[in-house]
Design a protein around this ligand. Structure first.
Ligand SMILES: Nc1nc2c(ncn2[C@@H]2O[C@H](COP(=O)(O)OP(=O)(O)OP(=O)(O)O)[C@@H](O)[C@H]2O)c(=O)[nH]1
Ligand SMILES: [Mg+2]
Length: 199
């Protein structure tokens, strides 16, 4: 009887797992962001920035935030590694695209990569957070990113640009909270559930 009740309690109190895919150009600050998020929400502090190397494969973060169990996938952004991003699209609830706001010269390259990702049917309906990172170096860097990244033309997808600094943590909590809320409001979780049941 106890185990039955315990099982029921475990089932009812189980938190939804939301999978967030973090992509963006090389050196935009994705891994620094992941480690900052781990420090803000996890049980152990994330890696110090000086210990972070360019990502070749995948970094994973698992933590609880905003009443959700988050699984974060951080992929390498170097040109030769971008071809594996799409392997993660079908299983992601949300997309977190990081841009280096202190490097306007790379915004066009970022726009192309973002456009390519959003064109994938596998990301249908997935909310998008663009993190305009490194605003500690360029405080006005977030302004205008929305238009320059083509976000104003997006239809049928929740999207937002969040000015932030992965180094200091400014804007990180707000951005992540918005993303989790948007996934809850969207049909993306139900879509992924349907796909999993059919498979
Ligand atoms: N000033 C400043 N520097 C940052 C910030 N975020 C990251 N950096 C620096 O940017 C550089 C690249 O950071 P990473 O986190 O390795 O970038 P990445 O996007 O994971 O790069 P890849 O793994 O190569 O795709 C490092 O020197 C970081 O310390 C930030 O918010 N402000
Ligand atoms: Mg990295």
């Amino acid at each position: 009887m106890f185990s039955l009740l315990y099982g029921l309690w475990e089932y009812v109190s189980r938190k939804e797992e939301l999978r967030v895919l973090i992509i963006g150009l090389d050196k935009s600050g994705k891994t620094t962001l992941l480690e900052k998020i781990k420090g803000l929400f996890g049980d152990t502090p994330g890696l110090e920035p000086h210990a972070i190397l360019p990502t070749v494969g995948l970094n994973v973060g698992r933590l609880e935030a905003f009443q959700a169990q988050l699984l974060l996938w951080d992929l390498g952004g170097a040109p030769g590694l971008r071809s594996i991003w799409d392997k993660y699209y079908a299983d992601s609830h949300a997309l977190l695209f990081v841009v280096d706001a202190s490097q306007p010269a790379r915004l066009e390259e970022a726009r192309c990569e973002l456009e390519r990702a959003l064109a994938s049917r596998e990301l249908f309906g997935a909310p998008l957070l663009v993190l305009a990172n490194k605003t500690d170096l360029a405080p006005e860097g977030g302004a205008g990113s929305s238009a320059r990244l083509g976000l104003e033309r997006l239809e049928g997808r929740a999207s937002r640009v969040q000015p932030a600094s992965a180094l200091s943590g400014a804007g990180v909590r707000e951005g992540l909270q918005w993303l989790v809320e948007q996934v809850r409001r969207s049909d993306r979780a139900a879509l992924l559930q349907q796909r999993a049941t059919r498979a």
